[in-house]
Design a protein around this ligand. Structure first.
Ligand SMILES: Cc1ncc(COP(=O)(O)O)c(C=O)c1O
Length: 391
């Protein structure tokens, strides 16, 4: 019998099976309020069915690997409107959602060695779990860097030892951050880009929550890179329709970056990727070209931010998020808190530890729970009120 690969032996179960194991042996202590999974439930854009109907014949051919020209054009135009950057199709690659792109970027861009040593991949802690599996898959060392209240909920890569930074090949960043809701501003991005230049690593910026914000649109790495005149081959930004357009089931996103790096990813996809079916690419093109449905969805999230402020404002464990749709509540033991909320009130939240990793200094999510504000407003209010009463 061939042995299973050791590089994944240390992998914990994914967060949601772990949550089921924790909670499902217990009946909910009330009418359930689901606040664990970050799955948008706001209305889909109104044009989805029409576009699908018009393009249904296009399920017949194989879809283009690099993305249909009209989709690439719509994405390029959106990047221009949103960030003031102009990128042609050679700098864009269409993805089946950002998760696979965040994973495959490491496949395409991480070298076997750096300076003769095993490369490091820098990962914020807590983090979206695909980053870690990507690093392990390419045989790199995942290095977990605290993104806690002390560091403004973003990783302070500049504080790492120079020797480790020299070994870094890739650095993942999530802004707006899941789960913390923190946003990297222009100065933060510029510092990171200078660090990447100094130590020769690539920045992989996961910006899939960029369109869900409270007061001002979050800055993006591409705009900062343009200001800094950064080497485009160091900078890759990932965007998705899952959150922006409430189309998680469409599986559509893109990566924008340097022409050579994009070509490397495209080449790998030609061998091993699964391009998005053409009718779905047509829907995606319409979605990137439309802002009305995005504004409407953002207005609903703004109501939920206000509800969170009303229900939880003043509690020491509550920090209003700048963007995204999660609360990262400090509760003391997060697993115990999640279990209590479920058993006593039927409120389902995710223990923060399931999103973090013990880096030797403890798991930075251990004393938190993540609360997703995806349900309708009255449900969100009911859930938050129960959380306030119980915790
Ligand atoms: C931080 C982060 N990155 C990436 C993704 C993947 O999104 P998708 O593959 O739907 O674009 C998610 C989804 O929950 C996420 O929270």
């Amino acid at each position: 019998m061939v042995a299973a690969p050791a590089r994944f032996s240390d992998l914990p179960d994914y967060a949601f099976p772990r949550l089921r194991k924790l909670l499902d042996a217990h009946p909910p202590g009330g009418d359930p309020v689901l606040m664990a999974i970050g799955e948008p439930t706001h209305p889909m854009p109104p044009f989805v069915a029409d576009v699908l109907r018009e393009s249904v014949e296009e399920f017949r051919p194989y879809p283009p690997n690099e993305g249909a020209p009209d989709l690439l054009e719509a994405i390029g135009a959106w990047l221009g409107r949103r960030y003031g950057v102009r990128l042609g199709p050679e700098r864009l690659l269409v993805l089946n959602g950002t998760r696979e792109g965040l994973y495959n970027a490491a496949m395409a861009l991480c070298p076997e060695t750096k300076g003769g040593r095993r490369p490091a991949v820098l990962i914020p802690n807590p983090f979206y779990q695909a980053y870690m599996v990507a690093a392990l898959s390419v045989g790199a060392e995942p290095v977990f860097v605290p993104a806690t209240a002390e560091t403004g909920h973003l990783p302070d890569y500049g504080a790492l030892p120079a020797d480790l930074l020299d070994r870094a090949a890739l650095a993942y960043v999530c802004s707006p951050a899941n789960p913390q809701g923190a946003v990297a501003d222009r100065a933060w991005w510029l510092r990171l880009l200078a660090l990447a230049e100094r130590h020769d690593f690539i920045v992989l910026a996961d910006e899939c929550y960029a369109e869900i914000w409270r007061d001002a649109p979050p800055d993006g790495v591409l705009a900062a890179a343009a200001e800094a005149g950064a080497d485009p081959e160091r900078v890759f930004a990932f965007h998705s329709l899952s959150k922006r357009s409430n189309l998680a089931g469409l599986r559509s996103g893109f990566v924008a970056g340097g022409e050579k790096g994009i070509a490397a990813m495209r080449r790998l996809r030609a061998y091993a990727g699964a391009p998005l079916p053409l009718p779905l690419q047509r829907v995606a093109a319409r979605a990137w070209a439309d802002e009305d449905h995005v504004d409407a969805s953002r207005a609903l999230y703004r109501q939920k931010y206000a509800i969170a402020d009303e229900e939880l404002g003043g509690l020491p464990g509550y920090e209003p998020p700048a963007a995204g749709f999660f609360l990262w509540l400090r509760t003391g033991d997060g697993e115990a808190a999640a279990l209590r909320l479920w058993r006593e009130a039927g409120v389902r939240v995710l223990p923060g530890a399931y999103l973090g990793r013990d880096d030797g200094r403890g798991n930075p999510g251990a004393d938190r729970v993540r609360v997703a504000l995806v349900a309708p407003c009255d449900e969100v209010r009911r859930g938050l009120r129960l959380i306030r009463e119980r915790l």
